[in-house]
Design a protein around this ligand. Sequence first.
Ligand SMILES: Nc1nc2c(ncn2[C@@H]2O[C@H](COP(=O)(O)OP(=O)(O)O)[C@@H](O)[C@H]2O)c(=O)[nH]1
Ligand SMILES: [Mg+2]
Length: 363
Amino acid sequence: MSWRCGIIGLPNAGKTTIFNALTLSAAEVAPYPFCTISPNTGVAPVPDPRLARLGELLKPQRLTPAAIEFVDVAGLIEGASRGEGLGNQFLGHIREVDLLVHVVRCFGQERCPHPLGNPDPVRDVEVVETELLLADLALLGRQRLKMEKPAQAGDQAAVQTLPTLVKVEAGLNRGTWARDLKLDPAELKRLEGTPLLTMQPCLYVANLSEAELTGGSLYAALQALAGVRRRPVAPILGDLEVELQAFPPEERQEFLAGLGLSETGMARLVREASRLLGLVTFYTIVGPEVRAWQVPAGTPAPKAAGQVHSDMEKGFIRAEVMPFAALDALGSPARVKEAGLLKVEGRDYLVADGDILLFRFQR
Ligand SMILES: Nc1nc2c(ncn2[C@@H]2O[C@H](COP(=O)(O)OP(=O)(O)O)[C@@H](O)[C@H]2O)c(=O)[nH]1
Ligand SMILES: [Mg+2]
C-alpha cells in the first residue's frame, strides 16, 4: 500500500506539469516497476539520503526507495460542488486520497491565460477551498437527512452522530476545515462514514516562474496566506523542473545550485508530503534488494511486516531491529551485532523511523 496525494487547483495552475515532473523523476529510479499507473495516477520516489548510505555500506544489487502516489485530477472551477465542469467526478476522486496537494499559480500570463483573468494566489486559493467547503456541506446535509428519521426512532448511533454532523457543519459555515475543528476521537469515529474533503491534510505548492523565485509578489502573497492557515508551502518551478528531468543528475545539481537551490522542488514536495502524512521510514534487506517502506508513526511491527507481504503479518513471530544510526556509525551489520545493538522485538513493538527490520514469520 502506498499513500496517495490528490493534486488540486484551478485550471492552468500547472497541475499536469507538476504531475509529469514527479512521475518523470520516478522513471529515473531504474528498478521501479511502474511510474505511471494510469494516465492520471503515478508514483514518485521519496528522496532518502539514508537509503543512499545503505547502498554504499551494503552494496546491494538494487536500492528501492519508498514511493508516494499522485493523482492528477481534472481542474476545478467555480461551481464544482454543484457539478459544474467535471465537478462530481473531480470531487469523487479526491475523497479517496490521503493528502491534498493544492497547486497555486504564481506565474504571469506570458504563455497561457489565467482562467479568472489575472493571477492572484489568495483569491485562487479561496475559490478552490470554497468549493471543497461547499462539497462537504452538501455531503453533511445529505447525511443529516438520512439520520433524522432513525434518530427520532431512537437509533442510538444516529442520535449520537447527529450533533457531530451539526458541529462540523457549523465549523464549515465559518470557513473552518473539519480537520481544524479539534474533534475528539469519539467524534472522529462517528464521521468515519462521511468522507470529508476538509478532513484531509493539505499543502500548497507555489508554482513559480524563475522571476518569482527571487522576491516576487505572487509568491509572497501565498506565503502570507499559508502562514495564517498554518499550511506548508512547497515552491516549485514547474515548467523548468520538467525540462530539468532531461538533464543528467550532475548537471541538474549544477543548474539548481546556480539558482541558489540544493534540490528540486519535486524532491522537497515529496518529502513535505510524507512529513505531513506523519510517516516514518523503515528498511528491509532481502536478497539482492535494500528497500525503504513508509508507515504511519506508531505502527506495530506485524502491521509494518504486512506492508512487505501479507504472509509476514499473518505469521509474524518477531522482528530483528537494527537502527540505521548504529549501522551508519559501525559500518556493517556484523559489527552492529557484536556491539549488542541488534534487538529482537515482539508483536507490540512500534516501528521507529530508520529501523532496519528483519521479520521472522511462520509460513
Ligand atoms: N511560466 C510558467 N508556465 C507554466 C508553469 N507551469 C505550467 N505552466 C504553463 O501553464 C499551462 C498549463 O499547465 P498545466 O500543467 O497543463 O495546468 P493544469 O491545467 O493545472 O493541469 C501550460 O501552458 C504550462 O506550460 C510555470 O512554472 N511557469
Ligand atoms: Mg491538467
